[in-house]
Design a protein around this ligand. Structure first.
Ligand code: HEC
Length: 306
């Protein structure tokens, strides 16, 4: 018994007195301190991050800026300053009143955003469900645009109530982009709800990857951009609500042409409870142009890191 106790004490004593032990101890202590300080450092920068500086979000372009609205709110930096009334809200389909902040006020708080050339910048809205519409920064800031933070009709203590859209319960929270003066029928203005992030990218980065070199494809590209891009990506660029259409396999490589056309025209005739809506504003020739563009892109596969 005695022997065992002695034996078990000896190595412990020798570890504590050894130089190597203290070296290891100091090393671990320093690593902890370093880890903690770099943690707070990234926390501070989280709300607006240049993509390349964050390991979580990589981008093809170092000029990309990302505004994390949820992080701003958690830090109490998104206090609504105004109550705005939208004469006809295209999402709620009636006149609506919201608590809101002028988007310009939010953008102005970031010096990196203030120094951007608006005419060369595209705004990409990123919604929680992967929906990701975009529009030119210039157009956005030339109109009265607000970040709505609360529905004034919601019960006390609640910011938003989900609404029914196309039979599905739809979450508007945490943020919704609204305009007091834009024509709700003008679909170049985007009204994203369930919004979590705003990304600002140079126009050229998106164009260089997706813009066709063959000018016969430009019409299809434009149609794709207005009608499909909000939900679908090509080469990893675009919305994430629907599947990627080019990488690694282009949809035209595994869908029969007539089915592809019929599916795009009426997705619910192929899949029950299909999450792709039936697009009413595009003609058969538009769909053909879009498919032609998508097929053309099969020879230009690359994967943009986002
Ligand atoms: C509002 C979002 C939305 C829009 C806009 C949209 N889609 Fe989709 N799309 C989806 C979703 C979601 C799916 C997956 C549907 C499913 O599997 O139930 C899908 C599926 C598809 C598929 C099938 C892909 C596969 O291999 O299964 C094709 C092809 C497609 N969409 C093409 C288009 C084209 C072309 C346009 C524009 C004219 C378009 N979509 C517009 C959301 C959208």
């Amino acid at each position: 018994m005695n022997k065992i106790v002695k034996l078990s004490h000896r190595p412990v004593n020798s570890i504590f007195s050894s130089y190597a032990f203290w070296q290891l101890f100091v090393f671990i202590l320093l690593s902890c301190l370093l880890a903690c300080s770099s943690q707070t450092h990234t926390d501070e920068k989280e709300a607006v991050s240049k993509d390349t500086s964050s390991s979580l979000t990589q981008s093809t372009s170092p000029d990309t800026l990302q505004i994390d609205l949820v992080a701003l709110k958690e830090r109490g930096q998104l206090q609504s300053t105004e109550t705005v009334t939208i004469p006809y809200d295209p999402v709620f389909l009636k006149s609506k009143t919201f608590k809101a902040i002028p988007l310009q006020t939010i953008l102005n708080t970031f010096s990196s955003v203030r120094h951007l050339d608006a005419s060369q910048t595209q705004v990409i809205f990123e919604c929680e469900d992967g929906y990701s519409p975009s529009m030119p920064l210039q157009q956005l800031i030339q109109t009265k645009v607000y970040l709505a933070t609360q529905d004034t009709e919601a019960p006390k203590g609640v910011e938003w109530i989900p609404i029914k859209k196309n039979g599905h319960e739809t979450k508007i929270a945490p943020f919704y982009i609204v305009y007091t003066e834009a024509d709700p029928k003008d679909n170049s203005y985007k009204w994203p709800y369930n919004l979590v992030r705003i990304r600002l990218v140079p126009v050229s980065s998106e164009l260089t990857v997706l813009f066709p070199k063959d000018e016969r494809m430009v019409k299809g590209y434009n149609l794709f951009h207005t009608n499909c891009f909000t939900c679908h990506s090509i080469n990893g660029i675009g919305g994430k609500m629907g599947p990627e259409l080019n990488y690694p396999k282009n949809v035209t490589e595994y869908w029969q042409p007539e089915h592809l056309k019929a599916f795009i025209k009426n997705p619910s005739s192929y899949r029950n409870d299909c999450k792709m809506p039936t697009l009413t504003n595009i003609s058969d020739t538009d769909i053909s142009e879009i498919i032609q563009y998508i097929r053309y892109m099969k020879d230009f596969k690359t994967l943009a890191k986002r």
